[in-house]
Each structure stands twice: as C-alpha cells, then as structure tokens.
Design a protein around this ligand. Structure first.
Ligand SMILES: Cc1cc2nc3c(=O)[nH]c(=O)nc-3n(C[C@H](O)[C@H](O)[C@H](O)COP(=O)(O)OP(=O)(O)OC[C@H]3O[C@@H](n4cnc5c(N)ncnc54)[C@H](O)[C@@H]3O)c2cc1C
Length: 630
C-alpha cells in the first residue's frame, strides 16, 4: 500500500542561533542549481567550516564540542604532576595519572606484564616481550581501534595500528560525521521553511538556493582534516602506523600472535609479518546489498556520501536507523523521497510510540512509505534517460527514480582476517566474532570489539570498549576487571524529527517484569516552537515522550522521546538511568522551564510515586542495570 502526501512541517534544533545567522548571510552565496521552492537552503558553511571547534590546527584539539573527534585527550590526563615523568608517555605530552601507571616499564618501553593478566608478571618469564615486535597490535583504525591503541600507549605499551583504508573508520568517513553534517543541512532547510511563522519573509522568493556540491566539498574537506588529525595523534602517541590489509598467520611462538600486513596502495606490495603479545580486532562492518536483477544500480550508505548532486527522486530501502536518517535528509533538502520497508513500518524494534510517531511525521513531511513490500525484487534502467524503475516483491512499482539507496543491513568485516587460521570463533550465519564480556575471544591474546562483534553497533560503544580493554591489559591492578556494560545505552536516531531512547521498550519491559509490575507515563504535545503558528493544532509536529517504570520503586527502565531537540536531551537522562533513577528521583528534579525536556520530570501524576531513590553505580566494572524491587 502506498501512503503519503506532500506537505511540510518543521523540526529544527538550533533554532535561534541558526536562524539569526542564516539571515545575516542570506543572499551572500548562491551557486548551484535552484531547487524547488519549498526546500531551499543557503550556503552558510563557509564560516562554519573555518570556525569549527574540532581542533583542525592544534594538538591536542579543542574537544569542547567535538563529539566525534574525541581522540582520547581528556582532562584526566592533564591533572598529572611531576611524578608521572618516570612514565615514557609523559615525554609525548600525554600525561598518565600516576595511579594508572604504577608498573615498572622495561628498558624498551614495554611493560612486563607478559602474561597479559593486567597484574604484571607473577613469575620470571621475562624475555617474552623481546619475542614480539609489539605489545599491542590493533587491526582497524576506526572508533574502537584508535581509542584502544591510544589508551594503551599512554601506559607505555609499544603499539602498532594496521589500517587498510582511511583513518577514523566508518564513523568519521562514511557514518556519524558526514551523516550529521547532512542532517544539519536538512535541519537548516526545515528552519527556512518555518521562518514565515516568525514574521520573516523571502522564503518564496528566489533569494534562497541550496548547493549540494558546496556542502559536499566542505564536508569532504572537513573529513580529510579529521583524517590528518587522527594521523597526527597516532604519531604524537608514538604509535606505529602500518597501512595495509591485516590477516592472521600461524606463529612460531606460543607467546606471540603473528599478523601479515599487505600494503594496499603500493605499486609493488610487499607483505610483512609482525608479531604482538596482544592483538585487537576492531575491523568494523560493511553495508550488505540484496541480490537480484539490476542491484548494481543501487548504492549503499557509503555511496550516499559520494553523491555529487542532490537526487531528484530517490527510493530508500530499509527500516533501520540509517534508512530513516538518510530518507529524512533527502526529503528535507528537496528530493522526492520514498521509503520502502519490508513489513508494516520502519524502526519496528524501537518502542511503538517512537516508530508510530516517526511514521506520522515522515508522512507529514511528504515521504511516501511503501509498506509490506517483502523487499526489492528488481531494478530496471531506461537506457535513454538513465532513470530506474524499482519493482518490489509485493508487485508495486516506482518509476522515474534516479537514486536507489539500500540500507537494509551491515555485516562484520572479517573475511580478509582469515580467522579460521587461528581458530577464532564466530557466530554461525552472521560471522560476528564471539567474545566474553572482557572483549576476549576464545584464542589467548586475541580480542575483538565494536561492530565486528555486533553488540550495540555505535561509535561510543566501540570507543568505551576499546579504552577499557587497554586499561585492563596495560593499566595495572586498578583495572584488572575493567569492562563495559551494554545495558541502558542512550542512543539517538537523527531522523526528522530526532529520536532518543534509553533502556527497554514497553514490550520488553512487560516481557521482563510482567505487566502487573510496569507503570507507563506518557506525554504528547506540540513544542512551544510551534505555539505562534497559525495552523490547525493537528498540523503542528508532535513531540512524544514515554517513561517506563518497573516495580514498587518505579525504577525507570525505559525512556523514549521523539521530537524537536530530543537528541541533545538524552545524555543527561542516560546518566540518571545508569544510576538507577526512579520516578521519584525524576520528580525530585525541578523542571527547567520552558523546555521540552521538563516534561520528563513533571509527568502526571507528579510526586505521587513511592518515594524511593535508585542510585547503584559500579562504573569501572560495567555498571550493570539497576533492578526493580518486585
Ligand atoms: C551511515 C552510518 C551512520 C552512523 N551514524 C552513527 C551515529 O550517528 N552514532 C553512532 O554512534 N554510530 C553511528 N554509526 C555506527 C558507527 O559508525 C560504528 O558503530 C563505528 O564506526 C564502529 O566502530 P569500529 O571501531 O567497530 O569499526 P569501524 O569504525 O568501522 O573501523 C574499522 C576499521 O577497520 C579497517 N579494517 C577492516 N578490516 C581490516 C583489515 N583486515 N586490515 C586492516 N584494516 C581493516 C576498516 O578500513 C576501518 O577503518 C553509523 C554508521 C553508519 C554506516
């Protein structure tokens, strides 16, 4: 069934700042083709690009707001005193807190914990280090790999990183970072559409245009700059960078793991073999494409970031977060966009309140949703026009399409590693690497984390896992059991409007604790931003919020929100839930007015739950979820 109508709504996060700055610059730059009136933007990134705060020119970078470029410098490393000067890393400008670095380092700068138990040597097996080229070899310089390598280096470990592509991995090059840039562009387009409701005119004139290639070029420059910051940071940390493709190979020593590195960009590749005491596999994943006639005409999310111009008519296949995010960007910027889902709606694994509200908002924005399609059957191309016809398994046909974007799933990037040669166990069917809670595989000395393991495939998860692993391997007794928790991970979907979610969905909570032990608090409202709009109440975009509480203590086990600004709302609530906050704790926090987030601490009936507080925190060893009192 095809549903949908084309009408505009607005969701915008940086409302006041962005709107005012846009207006100062309107008309300053045009360029590019003029797109249809509703979805025009303007070229405002020249200034933004020169004043970004991601540390393009200084080292260490300014991380004040550099969410995706937090390469490991944080204040904890700067509170050191002269006592850390005995640690080799102090000479690199990265100071290690003394409590972390209390083991004696051998003369070659490697520690003497050759059994890798994080406790230092318990017997005299010295000499093993000298059998290896490195203490720590990291395969994959993405989110998890770089974070782990740099953390290990701060402890004085001798570290090398093998990377086959661009430094920074998926997040920096074809994921979070370029996606967020495009989401920002789309959000500006939406604000421009809203401006008339605040008394600004000019939207319907030709003064506003949008130049996709402009933002694409500046986005690419920004990413290139990030790549070089990563390179500089590896070098500053004295980490050896080994460009090339890594594969495991058999080792002649029981204490050393061997990896071959085949340079990929050399005319005459020479494969080298390196050995290490510990090897981390952080090779991430890749987008999978469906099979069938004409599928070579479709692009993946990687291909989306290569597009040189704004598509006119696009079909996005997929029901996950990448699909709804990219569909939202395209629609907001002016592409006639269809979303094709196999079943009834997108985001089905999320709480129904989120997926249902998103569905309504996507329709309101004019995205056409093809439901219950059972997927893509074939793609045919008209050789004269180069336009494509998309045929779905349920018989529906979409014609005149220039861009078909498939975002139906990702797989772990494991094939080149030759894991069977060393016996690392993988999940049947998917290929994900199996590890314990400490990121250890079944093979001594080989670890894995991040997307290649398939647990919570998010950048901060990979970074946290990488750092904790390095802490455990090289950080001394304080970290001997250090691990991360996969419970209550806050996450945001940069759809239009954005979604924020932490913890259990309603269905999961009922399943886990029983319906009789669950209490749900809900709110649905139009953000004050839409207050002065002279439109029917039903036409104002809605914000939806839901608190899921369990047990007599009304422990908050799920928090879900969709609407303007919820993306920047989640982090603080994430801390509260990690600490075991109850409904009473939420109510005890005085509201900030007028904001949308105040709704979470004033949910009806306010202040009448059992007055029990939560707090249970064990951050170093994984901060397990608090439990309701049943
Ligand atoms: C479109 C998109 C949007 C996303 N948006 C977000 C978001 O908003 N927020 C968020 O938290 N997450 C987001 N993610 C997910 C996030 O990018 C990943 O979870 C994260 O990058 C995983 O990090 P990783 O270290 O496991 O792997 P990666 O970052 O993928 O790094 C793996 C690296 O290993 C290299 N490699 C692979 N095999 C070899 C080999 N044999 N030898 C040498 N090198 C090798 C690869 O080239 C790559 O550089 C997004 C992903 C996509 C695709």
């Amino acid at each position: 069934m095809k549903t949908g109508f084309r009408r505009w709504s607005a969701t915008m996060i940086f409302v006041s700042a962005t709107t005012s700055s846009i207006f100062q610059r309107l008309g300053l730059r045009g360029g590019g083709r003029t797109i249809d009136k509703v979805r025009r933007g303007t070229s405002v990134f020249a200034e933004a690009a020169s004043s970004d705060n991601n540390g393009s020119s200084s080292s260490p970078p300014n991380f004040s707001t550099a969410a995706f470029v937090n390469l490991g410098y944080s204040s904890v490393y700067n509170i050191d005193d002269a006592s850390s000067s005995s640690n080799s890393s102090s000479s690199r400008g990265i100071k290690v807190r003394p409590a972390f670095a209390r083991r004696t380092l051998s003369t070659n700068g490697t520690d003497t914990d050759s059994d890798g138990d994080g406790k230092g040597d318990d017997d005299d097996d010295g000499g093993l280090v000298s059998e290896c080229d490195y203490d720590y070899l990291v395969i994959g310089a993405g989110s998890g790999g770089i974070a782990s390598a740099r953390r290990a280096a701060t402890y004085g470990a001798k570290v090398a990183v093998v990377e086959n592509g661009r430094l920074g991995g998926t997040c920096v090059n074809v994921g979070c970072v370029p996606k967020k840039v495009m989401w920002n562009a789309a959000s500006i387009a939406e604000t421009l559409h809203d401006m008339k409701h605040y008394g600004f005119s000019g939207y319907d004139s030709d003064a506003i245009s949008f130049d996709w290639s402009f933002i694409k070029q500046n986005r690419d420059k920004y990413i290139t700059r990030l790549n070089s910051i990563y390179m500089r940071n590896l070098s500053n940390a004295k980490i050896t960078s080994l460009p090339g493709l890594a594969s495991f190979t058999s080792s002649s020593s029981p204490h050393a793991i061997s990896v071959t590195v085949t340079p990929t960009n050399s005319d005459q590749p020479t494969t080298t073999t390196v050995t290490a005491r510990h090897v981390l596999v952080a090779t991430g994943g890749y987008p999978t494409m469906p099979e069938g006639p004409g599928m070579q005409h479709a692009i993946s999310s990687d291909g989306f970031f290569d597009l040189n111009e704004l598509p006119q008519k696009a079909v996005v296949l997929g029901a996950g977060y990448i699909a709804v995010e990219l569909a939202g960007v395209l629609q907001a910027l002016g592409t006639d966009t269809s979303l094709v889902v196999r079943k009834g709606k997108a985001m089905r694994t999320f709480d129904d309140m989120l997926s249902d509200t998103l569905d309504e908002e996507m329709l309101r924005q004019g995205i056409q949703i093809y439901r219950d399609t059972a997927g893509l059957e074939r793609i045919d191309v008209d050789e004269d026009t180069n336009l494509k016809t998309v045929t779905l398994h349920n018989g529906e046909v979409i014609t005149g399409v220039d861009t078909i974007l498939v975002a139906t799933g990702r797989s772990p990037l494991v094939e080149p590693l030759d894991l069977p040669s060393v016996g690392v166990m993988q999940q049947n069917g998917t290929g994900y690497i199996l590890t314990d809670k400490l990121s250890a595989t079944n093979v001594n000395g080989i670890y894995a984390l991040g997307d290649v393991c398939g647990n919570v495939e998010l950048t901060p998860m990979a970074i946290a896992a990488g750092r904790r692993l390095a802490d455990r391997l090289f950080g001394g007794p304080a970290f001997e059991d250090a691990k991360i928790s996969y419970d209550n991970v806050p996450t945001v979907v940069f759809s239009h409007p954005p979604i924020g979610t932490i913890g259990l969905t309603e269905k999961q909570a009922v399943q886990q604790y029983g319906e009789e032990n669950i209490k749900i608090y809900r709110s649905k409202f139009a953000n004050l931003y839409y207050g002065p709009w002279q439109v029917e109440p039903d036409d104002k975009p809605k914000t939806g919020m839901k608190l899921i509480c369990a047990g007599k203590n009304e422990l908050v086990v799920g928090l879900h929100a969709i609407g303007m600004g919820v993306d920047e709302m989640m982090q603080g609530f994430g801390i509260a839930i990690k600490m075991g906050a109850t409904k009473a704790d939420f109510d005890a926090c005085v509201a900030i007015h007028p904001t949308a987030s105040e709704e979470f601490v004033t949910m009806f009936p306010w202040g009448l739950s059992n007055q029990v507080t939560g707090a249970k925190v064990t951050p170093l060893n994984g901060a397990d979820a608090a439990q309701p009192v049943l």
